[in-house]
Write a protein that binds this ligand. Structure first.
Ligand code: ZN
Ligand code: FE
Length: 260
């Protein structure tokens, strides 16, 4: 059994801990750390949950995702995997599209998904887990900082093509703001309205909502729905012109969200 633990960090980041069962040993269970933007909350969570780190995975170079790596590598003799171009010391191992990692026996395939940043990676386990950093968010997507809208849309379509039951795990608690915006785009989407209500309830109890199935995302996330007439029409109303391609629709609603 794999257990996913979201560790809140910085302002609204999550560092994901993947707890792996270790049937062989007594004592702390092995865990993989995803995107440690700072070290202190990771150290506290490892202690609280009785975990020992075996690897670190990084999705992209932004400090809120890698800031804790140097201290963690000083404390633990574990490999850190992530994009080429990062300088994080001798324990750091750049990985690339198509690589398969197997920390603790958990097979993870590396997907290169530029858009938010040019170096952005996702990690996919075909038992239904995806770690997608700041590319696909619950109810939204990341800002396009370094890549083009075309790259970002390509990245999102690639993730959306994974099996519906895949659970995404993203880097920030943005769901509420994302779904608020999504409902502006699709006020008639009842499933979306219900998801927003449910998210409000969960957030009132400070429960993390940065994980969901791709099926739910495809039903409610406007950035995965740019091919649909309702989303196109909303984008056309926003920019007051005809939009002929899914890419134009995507770029328009991304710009619209950026203005919120
Ligand atoms: Zn980022
Ligand atoms: Fe981030």
């Amino acid at each position: 059994m794999i257990q996913l633990i979201p560790v809140p960090a910085l302002r609204d980041n999550y560092i994901w801990l993947i707890r792996l069962d270790d049937t062989r040993a007594e004592g702390p269970a092995p865990a993989i750390i995803v995107d440690p933007g700072e070290a202190a909350p990771v150290l506290a969570a490892l202690t609280a949950h009785g975990l020992r780190p075996i690897a670190i995975l990084l999705t992209h170079h932004h400090p809120d995702h890698v800031g804790g790596v140097p201290e963690l590598l000083r404390r633990f003799q574990v490999p850190a995997y992530g994009p080429a171009g990062l300088r994080l010391g001798p324990g750091y191992r750049p990985v690339h599209e198509g690589d398969v990692l197997s920390p603790g026996g958990l097979d993870l395939r590396v997907l290169a998904i530029p858009g938010h940043t040019l170096d952005h990676l996702a990690y996919h386990h075909d038992g239904g887990l995806l770690f997608c950093g700041d590319t696909l968010f619950t109810g939204g997507c990341g800002r396009v900082f370094e890549g083009s809208a075309r790259q970002m849309l390509t990245a999102l379509r690639r993730l959306a093509a994974l099996p519906d039951a895949t659970r995404i795990h993203c880097g920030h608690e943005y769901t509420l703001a994302n779904l608020d915006f999504a409902l502006q785009v699709e006020p008639e989407n009842h499933r979306l309205a219900a998801r927003l209500e449910e998210t409000r309830r969960l957030r009132a109890r400070q429960i993390a909502t940065a994980s969901a199935t791709l099926e739910e995302e495809k039903a409610t996330n406007p950035f995965l729905r740019c091919h649909l007439p309702a989303v196109r029409r909303a984008a056309e109303r926003f920019c007051d012109r005809t939009l002929n391609t899914e890419l134009d629709v995507f770029a328009t609603i991304r710009r619209w969200k950026d203005m919120q």
